[in-house]
Ligand binder design. Sequence first.
Ligand code: FAD
Ligand code: NAP
Ligand code: MG
Length: 461
Amino acid sequence: MTNFKVGIIGAGPSGLAMLRAFESEQKKGNPVPEIKCFEKQDNWGGMWNYTWRTGVGKYGEPLHGSMYKYLWSNGPKECLEFADYSFTEHFGQPISSFPPREVLFDYIQGRIKKSKARDFIQFNTVARWVDYLEDKKQFRVIFDDLVKNETFEEIFDYLVVGTGHFSTPNLPYFKGIENFPGAVMHAHDFRGADQFIDQKVLLIGSSYSAEDIGVQCYKHGAKSITISYRTSSIGSKWPEGIKEKELVTHFEGSTAFFKDGHSEDFDAVIFCTGYQHKLPFLPDNLRLKSKNCLYPNHLYKGVIFNDNERLIYLGMQDQYYTFNMFDTQAWFARDYILGRVSLPSKEERTADINKWMAYEKSTVTGADHVDFQTDYIKELISLTDYPPFDLDKVADMFKQWLHDKEVNILNYRDQVFTSVVDGTEASIHHTPWMKEMDDSLERYLDEVTLDDEELMKVNNY
Ligand code: FAD
Ligand code: NAP
Ligand code: MG
C-alpha cells in the first residue's frame, strides 16, 4: 500500500472505472493507495441505476437519474464495450447491438461484481463541500451520511470527481409557458412515454434527448410530435406524425407560436434543452465550469485539473464513447496518481489544452466529432496499459450508426455490429425495436421465436 489516500466522488460508470483501474493494478501485485468512494444513491451505476422518482430522492437530495422506462442504448454497444470485459464474456452468447437499459446495467455490474469494489464504496453519502489545504496539499471533504443524518469529513491526497453532468436541467424560459395548461417537464423528469398516449407533444431542443423522447412518444402512441430547434434541425427522415419546426417564440394558453409564423395547440411540452455542469460541492477555484462539449477547458488530457494537479475529473466531456472512454481516463488517472506519468509545466499543459480546444473548434459534422473523440482516446491509450482496441473500426461503426439514423430513425436499433474486443457478431433481436414494448432483461434474453413475416418487418419501419 502506498501511503496516500484517494477519494472518489460518484459510483457511476466513471467512478467504477477508477475503482476497477486500481484493482487491475493490485491484481498484478503492485501497491495501490488507500481508496474510498462515496455515492449519494443507494446503489452504483449512476444514470444506469434507474429510478421512478422525480425531483428529489428518498432523503430529499436533488435526484440524479435522467433515464426512463423503455430506454434502450442509443449507440451501438460495440462502441462502448470494455476492452477487458466483452459482452460475450458477460452474457455467454451474442446479443443485439442496442440493448435496453437493464441489460447494459447488468453488463456494467458484471465486471465490477468480480472485484471487491463494493467494499470501497460508501452509499447514501453525498459530498457537500471540498476545501484544499494548501500547506498539506490535501483535500478536506465534508460528507453527509443520508441514512444516519450525520455530517463527517475525510482527508484525501487526490480527489477524483465522477459525478456526471447530465443531471441538472438547463431550463430556458419562454414567454407564456407559465400559463400552459398541460404537462410541462424537462427531459430529466421524463420517466416514460405512457402518459403522452394520444397527446400532441411539443419537444424543445434538437439533440439526443429530443430525438429519443420524440421517437419514444411516437412508438408508444402519442398523437403527434413536434420538435422545435434553436440552431439546427435533427434532419432525420421522420415518419408521419413527427415533424421539426424552428424555435418556439412564446405561448398563449395551450398554443405555441414559432419563429416561422406557424402556431399550433399542444397537450404537453417537454424541454429537451440539455444539462448544466453543476458541481455545488466544489469551491470556485476547483470547480470545473463548462458547457456540454468534447473538450472542457482547464482539463489536461481531459482529466487533470490544470489549476490543481491533485484534482481529477472523469467523464466531464460530451459522450460518443462512454464506458471505454471512462476506462481510458481512469487508467490514465491511476498511472498519474501512481507517479508513472510525469506532468509537464503548467504552460505546456495549457498549450496542450488549447491545442485540443482548437481541434474541437474545427469540427463541424457528427463524423468530425467522432474522429475527435477517437483521437482523444487514442492518445490516452498511448499513455497507459489499457488494453488497446481497434479504435478506427469503432469510429467507422459510429459513422455507420450516424448514417443509419439518418436513413431510418425507427429501425436503426435493429442493425447489428461486430465487436472489436472479441470479434462477436451481434445477433438480431427477436423483436423489431418498434414492436418491442417490454424492455426487461428477462424478455430481452428470452428465446422468442418470430415467424418469418415478423422478422421481415425488421427493415420495414
Ligand atoms: P453518472 O452515470 O451520471 O454517475 C454519476 C454518479 O455520481 C451518480 O451515481 C450520482 O448519484 C453520483 N453523485 C453525483 N453527485 C454526487 C455527490 N455530490 N456526492 C456523491 N455522489 C454523487 N450512454 C451510453 O453509452 N449509452 C446510452 O444509451 C446512454 N443513454 C443515456 C440516456 C440519458 C437520458 C442520459 C442522461 C445519459 C445517457 N448516456 C448513455 C450517457 C451517460 O452519461 C453515461 O453512460 C454514464 O452514465 C456516465 O457515467 P458517469 O459516472 O460519468 O456519470
Ligand atoms: P445535449 O446533447 O447537450 O443537447 C441540448 C439541446 O438543447 C441542444 O439541441 C440545444 O440546442 C438545446 N438547447 C439548449 N438551450 C436551448 C434554448 N435556450 N432553446 C432551445 N434549445 C436549447 O443534451 P441531451 O440531448 O439532453 O443529451 C444528453 C445526453 O443524454 C447525451 O449523452 C445523450 O446521448 C444522452 N441520451 C441518451 C438517450 C438514449 O436513447 N439512450 C436518450 C436521451 C439522452 P443548440 O444546438 O441550439 O445548442
Ligand atoms: Mg450532445
